[in-house]
Design a protein around this ligand. Structure first.
Ligand SMILES: [Zn+2]
Length: 604
């Protein structure tokens, strides 16, 4: 058995996809909201028995490998390594060589090795005593230092670079990992001109959500004039993009899901302090305002966010952009306020009294209430100019909410506070909304009546996806065969010459197979033209998706209706075709042929 089959056998497709999508039973399959396009009714199906998945909204589909590639933006070799680790499978030599031929994988290995180096230096070397004292003084316990693999690198020119080179890593890869800096006059042969990015710093590894170290934050231990900033971070690399990483998510994701709440704080030390204090659903956005990618990542685990940020003007403005994105994504945001004098950040607050921090998180205020309080503060609601200012400041925040009922709720609240009629505010909101780009404009579900064409992602492995548009006839035939595969007895209701409607070899193969009463496995064999998704798998899931709850009578009606539509569509196509042929025959003056074609045209 190949490694790939081995991995597929060990991992369950529903568990893997279940980490990202809430799946509900649908016949023998599972269904959920597609993670690849916006929708409100589920058209994303998972077939546990076949270990496959398919979305009938955006036509993506495949196996666990294609899912991870799509979802995580991984290349095949990365997905292979990731899933092999998850399945606890040792890859054979061929595959191992393949994998380390991938630069991203090499960088991750370098980061892992560097983490080990920093961490054991901190714990074992006498030269690290000052660093260890610093961490203890900041209130970190030894098992916390262990859990977060915090480390130290002394103030030397190229200690880490030399160490990693001895371990067999190449200089270019060390530069690629962001750990080594290359001077302009560097010489790769002699190693001259290469030096460590992190020197004399306490080192905090940054993990991605899959427990892989993708970068580091280094905090200076003894600040000097030339030490280059209190904090130094890994620059953008092939594996580290700070707008996509959420610090602590690998350790917090389970608790976030269990509590259905993510607590977002500003600093890495805040995250670590919270976890140490026993609040483990806490993450940080790595020193940037929350980005759309980060929100989408969090949304896999919970729709609810309680946020703590610096309450000064700059801190509020920085937080506001991220909050706007999260609100537009339909997340429920609350704002955590640490009482005055109880610490400027969670870390300080916990040191003073951890109960106060827990209470502050518990009593967080809805972000809209918070905005409303903010715009009303120090305003005279009897002054028309100030009143207008309040409305102007608040409505853009309301406009971001994707749900109409919720928007209306906040308009009422505002109206009550400043004594303005609700209708006026609704009109004003429309003006504000018309200035915003529409969100989630993609169609929800493509049925046979409202979708002339559906897109089908043919080969997901290609760098650039090749999308093939299906004709209306093919959409109808797909639906018919989904029905026939689910209810093969219906076949006898079709006319003898049904084969004439079939536009591709795949349909013909399935039709012949059904006529010979093949079981599904045999059908799969004869219809196996494509190399990735078997059409029978897709049609089977489509059957479960569309026809699971129909009565016998409805099934029969559905089939009759479909046949009429197929016939009409086929005739329309055939007429077009005949017209073309007649025109051509007229051009060359083939009277005989014209006669035959006209006869067929008349009989249609
Ligand atoms: Zn989809």
């Amino acid at each position: 058995m190949s490694d790939i089959d081995d991995i597929k056998n060990k991992l369950s497709v529903e568990e893997l996809i279940g980490e990202y999508v809430q799946l509900k039973p649908a016949g023998s399959n599972k269904k959920g909201l597609c993670p690849f396009h916006n929708e409100k009714t589920p058209s994303f199906m998972v077939n546990p028995e076949r270990q496959s998945w398919h979305c009938f909204g955006c036509a993506k589909g495949g196996d666990i490998f294609t899912f991870v590639e799509e979802m995580e933006g991984m290349e095949f070799k990365e997905a292979l390594r990731y899933l092999a680790d998850k399945a606890g499978i040792q890859l054979s030599n061929n595959f191992r060589n393949e994998i380390s031929s991938n630069e991203k994988n090499r960088i991750k290995e370098i980061n892992t090795e560097a983490t080990r180096f920093f961490h054991s230096f901190l714990l074992k070397m006498s030269g690290a005593k000052l660093a260890l004292d610093y961490l203890h003084n900041r209130g970190l316990q030894d098992d916390t230092i262990e859990e977060w693999k915090i480390g130290y690198i002394p103030e030397q020119w190229d200690l880490l670079t030399q160490y990693l080179m001895k371990k067999g890593f190449g200089l270019e890869d060390l530069v690629g990992a962001g750990l080594t800096i290359k001077k302009d006059n560097a010489n790769a042969n002699s190693g001259q001109g290469f030096y460590d990015r992190f020197r004399g710093r306490v080192m905090f590894p940054i993990w991605n959500v899959h427990d892989e170290v993708v970068g580091f934050t280094g905090r200076i231990l003894v600040e000097k004039a030339n030490s280059g900033g209190k904090y130094v971070n890994t620059p953008q690399t092939l594996v580290y993009d700070k707008s996509r990483v959420i610090f602590g998510l690998n350790k917090a994701k389970k608790e976030i899901k269990t509590n259905d709440l993510a607590v977002i704080v500003e600093g890495q030390m805040d995250v670590i302090a919270c976890h140490q204090a026993g609040m483990k659903n806490v993450v940080a956005s790595s020193g940037t305002a929350l980005t759309e990618e980060q929100i989408k990542l969090l949304k896999r685990y919970s729709q609810n966010i309680n946020m703590s940020f610096d309450m000064d003007e700059a801190g509020q403005n920085a937080a506001k952009r991220g909050i706007g994105i999260a609100v537009a994504e339909g997340m429920n945001i609350k704002v955590i306020r640490i009482p005055d004098g109880k610490g400027k950040d969670p870390d300080e607050c916990i040191k003073q009294n951890k109960n106060i921090w827990f209470e502050s998180v518990e009593s967080a205020q809805s972000v809209m209430e918070w905005y409303l309080e903010k715009v009303l503060r120090n305003k005279d609601i009897h002054d028309p100019k100030q009143k207008q200012k309040i409305v102007n400041d608040f409505l853009p925040e309301v406009a971001l909410i994707p749900y109409a009922v919720e928007r209306d709720h906040w308009l009422k609240e505002l109206g009550n506070k400043i004594g303005v009629d609700l209708e006026i505010l609704r009109d004003d909101l429309k003006t504000v909304q018309s200035r915003k780009p529409a969100h989630n404009a993609s169609p929800d579900k493509i049925g046979i009546t409202d979708g002339e064409k559906v897109k089908s992602a043919d080969n997901l492995k290609e760098e650039h996806e090749i999308k093939i548009e299906k004709s209306r006839l093919e959409v109808l035939l797909d639906r018919m065969f989904a029905l026939l595969i689910k209810f093969p007895n219906l076949l006898s209701n079709l006319p003898e010459d049904f084969a004439k409607y079939l536009s591709t070899a795949i349909y013909e193969a399935i039709y012949q197979g059904l006529k010979q009463e093949y079981n599904v496995d045999k059908l799969r064999e004869v219809a196996n033209f494509a190399d990735k998704e078997n059409p029978i798998d897709i049609l089977q899931m489509k059957g479960e998706w569309e026809f699971a709850n129909l009565s016998d009578k409805e099934i029969k009606e559905e089939m009759e209706k479909l046949f009429v539509l197929i016939n009409t569509e086929w005739q329309k196509n055939r007429r077009k075709q005949l017209q073309l042929e007649i025109e051509q025959a007229e051009k060359i003056g083939d009277k005989n042929k014209i006669g035959i074609l006209l006869k067929e045209f008349g009989e249609l």
